[in-house]
Design a protein around this ligand. Structure first.
Ligand code: ADE
Length: 291
């Protein structure tokens, strides 16, 4: 059973939409939303992955449904939100989590590659949020959480993603201002180095880089999916009712490190919050990940 820090029944009867709900942080937050009583609409491109998460949630006593949609395609997004509103009446929350990128120095990124990453990580999130607003939240209010990334300072070898995520932070701020009138709060969560299935999607030459990441983190460890999900659920919850337009970093302090300044040793490690009962170590961090 998911070990949420939030009150049982907190989201009872709510409709929460999670894009990228088939894996990683999206799968984890879907489980937490469901254990708190929400019906979760899992959105993604691969129906098998969504169905597997739906079955996991059902096995835990929760309620979820699946919607296949490419968030880059405007007509698909508009139709998706229309279907959800017809079936469920309204949408209480949106977790704009779907994303993805490929490592490459900026000088080698083609226009096609750049546009694909910007469409997935910026335009798709905008379309999802706009349709939720226009088809539901404008009338009944709601909360949106955009998942971005630790791109503060720079995002080397992921410049396209960093630019898109920085754009999403600005989108979050403008939407918070423009949509406050409708009772819609818009915030973002910026995960840093999170031990998640997404880490296994990078090519083998990235493995040493990934394994060395905690050295740049003041808390000297990876975060986990449940530590990100807790922040998302908080921002969706009534406890965050006066919070809008902010971006909450979940990164163990990574951007606070300074090149050339020694990282103080961690004398009292802050234990990880292991809330997700189905969490699995990514292969790249376990002995199963070859070099
Ligand atoms: N996850 C990653 N990319 C996606 C996309 N384009 N649509 C839906 N889910 C996604």
């Amino acid at each position: 059973m998911y070990k949420s820090v939030f009150r049982p029944g907190l989201l009872q009867g709510q409709i929460q939409v999670v894009t990228g709900g088939g894996s990683g942080i999206g799968r984890c937050v879907a489980h937490e939303l469901a254990v708190l009583g929400a019906h979760v609409v899992l959105v993604g491109r691969q129906s098998a992955k969504l169905a597997a998460v739906q079955a996991e949630i059902a096995a835990a006593g929760g309620s979820a449904s699946c919607e296949v949609c490419n968030i880059r395609v405007e007509a698909e997004v508009a139709a998706l939100i229309g279907r959800i509103v017809v079936v469920h009446g309204r949408i209480h929350g949106l977790v704009n989590n779907a994303g993805g990128q490929f490592p490459s120095p900026l000088k080698d990124i083609s226009l096609k590659g750049w546009e694909a990453v910007v469409q997935t990580n910026l335009t798709g999130g905008f379309l999802m949020a706009r349709e939720c607003l226009n088809q539901s939240m404008q009338k009944q209010g709601g909360a949106i959480v955009n998942i971005v990334a630790d791109m503060w300072g720079s995002m080397p070898s992921m410049g396209h993603s960093g630019a898109a995520r920085a754009g999403m932070v600005s989108f979050t701020e403008t939407a918070a201002l423009e949509w406050a009138t409708y009772g819609v709060r818009v915030n973002a969560v910026a995960p840093g180095y999170i031990a998640s299935s997404g880490m296994d999607s990078y090519p083998p030459e990235m493995r040493p880089v990934i394994r060395g990441m905690p050295k740049a983190v003041p808390l000297q460890r990876f975060g986990n999916e449940a530590e990100v999900a807790a922040a998302i659920v908080f921002l969706l919850s009534p406890a965050a009712s006066f919070i809008t337009g902010t971006t909450l970093r979940i990164d163990g302090g990574r951007p606070n490190g300074r090149v050339g300044m020694p990282m103080p040793p961690v004398l009292n490690p802050v234990p990880a919050f292991d809330g997700f009962h189905l969490a699995a170590e990514p292969k790249v961090l376990s002995s199963k990940g070859d070099d």
